[in-house]
Ligand binder design. Sequence first.
Ligand code: URP
Ligand code: ZN
Ligand code: ZN
Length: 471
Amino acid sequence: MRFDTVIRNGTVVTASDTFVSDIGIKDGRIAALAAELTDADEVIDATGLLVLPGGIDSHVHLDQPSGNGIVMADDFDSGTRSAAVGGNTTVLAFCMQEKGQTLREALKVYHAKADGKCHVDVAFHLVVTDPTPDVLGQELPALVEDGYTSLKVFMTYDGLRLRDDEILATLDAARRTGALVMVHCENEDAIRYLIGRHEEEGKLSPKAHATTRPIAAEREATHRALSLAEIVDVPIVIVHVSNREAMEEIRRARQRGQKIAGETCPQYLMLTADDLDQDAMEGAKYVCSPPPRDKESQEACWEGLEQGVFDLFSSDHCPFRFDDPQGKLNDKGKRNFRWIPNGIPGVATRLPILFSEGVMKGRITVNQFVAMTSTNHARLYGLYPRKGTIAIGADADLALWDPNSRVTLTNDLLQHGADYTPYEGLEVQGWPVRVLLRGKTIVGKAAVAVSEAGGTYLSRERSSLVVNRSF
Ligand code: URP
Ligand code: ZN
Ligand code: ZN
């Protein structure tokens, strides 16, 4: 067979295996894995490089309205460009239902934002903020059949949070339809109460964001979410876990027999609450929810990754510009931490950080790296085996990694819309030097080749967590 592209002499890594092989690509898919493949229009020499499935980041916020004149720093163009630069070929972004809006109306808005603008492949999770009987009973079943197979619900944030009875109704609808529900676990009432107390005491600087959202508020909500899921007998994903106590709730629920997945993020390995406690509003750069904790919590999150309590390592990329009245330094935010928009950029730095701090420092194997950054995302969110692995018939979504390349992270390198990275100056070892999306190079040397928006929208199957259930 003549191939469009052959990648020669690379070390191929999947979630289970590492082997030297050439890869033959035809019509955007992997057509051969063998030695001595030569007959191709384009030959890429991958000697000394690792060939990994392109990263899948299943927790990315792009172009979401944030209220009060705040504007997210990335739209689908810049956000997916940055994703590609960091070695990703698929992102799952959020389609946020406004109160009173149907899910179909919300999807229309988000498809208009994304279609034709993406540099990697994209799919949407539906954020349910208004779970009316119509939304849950009529819309959701049809949308799941149409390939929108995951939802997110919030237990915190005014205007987004659901009450427990609403969460139960949503979980029950997910069980009936085979959708997978992601849950943001923090106790909103406790947080509101603590914000009130901080305001009374005049504690209004960014560091108060961390002290008003304590570990106990996350642990309690995690336990509650898991209990609600147990009551209606449905799998869920606990997203962006920041500490040991919440992590142990996941471990215990699994031991009880619940089918669940856990996710953590780079900020919980690399940052602490001390980063929020800096002069001149600098701490605003690190305001995200749940907040970064302490060194012990970082250790716990590493343990959760090493031991498989966490299946997913995602960015929770939620970028706002720092020095900007529409971003972190908006007028109200400068006076009171509660108005600093929550979220940090990270879609480009997720993979290099885990590769460098995890694989190169011997905490996880490169196969675990692939599982936690690509394969498990594909399985859990209904994209496997088209995405997330290197196998005959899979999309040729590949990242060629130079494990010896040392790169100092700077904001300019990342090509996102934010004016900072929380990881400025961090040196990483290992970098994706070339990225292919369905066989086409989208990032080349020096990470600048992404010009054409060739990403497509992905309709998804149901999650691996819900297979063998009938609907
Ligand atoms: O601070 C964060 N994480 N912002 C993004 C929204 C969310 O909760 O995932
Ligand atoms: Zn969240
Ligand atoms: Zn998020």
